[in-house]
Design a protein around this ligand. Sequence first.
Ligand code: IMP
Length: 426
Amino acid sequence: MTITSVVGLQWGDEAKGKIVDLLTDEHQVVVRYQGGNNAGHTVKFDGKTYKLSLLPTGVLRPGVTAIIGNGVVVNPEALQKEIDTLRAQGVDISTNLLLSDRAHVILPYHVAEDGASERSYKKDAIGTTGRGIGFCYRDKAGRSQAVRVGDLYHPASLEQRLDGIVKSKNHVLSALDPEFQPFASSDIFALTQKYATALKPYVTDTVAWLHRAIKEKRNILFEGAQGSLLDVDHGTYPYVTSSNSSSAGIHPGSGVPERLIDEMIGVVKAYTTRVGGGPFPTELDNEIGQHIRDVGHEYGTVTGRPRRCGWFDAVAAGHGAKICGVDCISLMLLDVLSQLDELKICEAYEIGGERTTDFPAHVEDLANAKPIYRTIPGWKTDICGVTRLADLPAGARKYIDTIGELMEKPVKIVSVGPDRAQTILG
Ligand code: IMP
């Protein structure tokens, strides 16, 4: 039995989907444990391109059981849409998807709260994906207004609770937005019953299911969404998502203890990107940043927003690696940097005149951090067809070695293009 975890070490969008897809061959179960339809990954499989958001990547393979764990927040409309889109593309997931009865449900008022709250904060907004993720997690922590998947199948108590919940939501939303049209609790209740029917084939106790799978020695793969720097505890708070998007989310979000994980793979891009607000010390608000954006197609899968681009930041990614306890690094999109004359890697910050390799806890300190760079000459050669580390140009090898040295972890996978074949195993 092998239990593997794939987790992003930056601000998300590290191309984890490709690594998860590659590893799925060796695993029978793939688990998502946090986040919701704020995530987005594009997977190329059997010559077709699939865009997934809430569904785990493994769902594309018929023999693999894909689990949406208890730590995920589920928008049933979005889930249904993804299932329907896949069906139209010829992928039927009715027999291989399982949804936790403990997962929390995103309802229309969560999306309304996210939008109204972001608008009211104007320039201080978090820059969320607007999917209601944070407000569903807020209700989860608050408990009295939360709706879990299992509640959908207890209609009498749910109907009664929704009455109070919707009243309170309407009250808050009207205060935030004078044009807000109140929700009717009967409409929300009717929606929950529609969801109950649609989700029924997938709903189960995934915690018990996973522990049976462990007993049966099945290979399990944990698929992180977003990245460690967006983790609500360890990321660039408050410019983070609302879940533990580092590996810290695995145990609470699935019921599987982290000590059972055999290999933790940390995924990084060869540069850095970020969507939404918050400090970004190595950001390149210039033509090099635009070049990386264009060559790397750095536009959000979920919202289409242009991603902010910058040099590789080994302090930030190194923080992610420490928090997650990764065994090795998978370095993605190295080919995107092939045309640059020279490259920079941030090895430390200068904050208030002091050099540090510690990632600051406070956003204002991070905003004042001046990156200290190492410069590496560019390789100016197309590397998309290279299949062995030894065949990469010297500059590219130096770049990889420097990242490994600064992050104090071996770089075991290097990706030089979107195709499965464009993957170098070190
Ligand atoms: P939320 O998760 O929609 O609440 O957004 C909070 C922050 O996380 C914003 O900066 C988003 O842009 C960011 N975020 C959420 N999901 C992703 C993702 O999958 N990739 C990159 N950034 C994300």
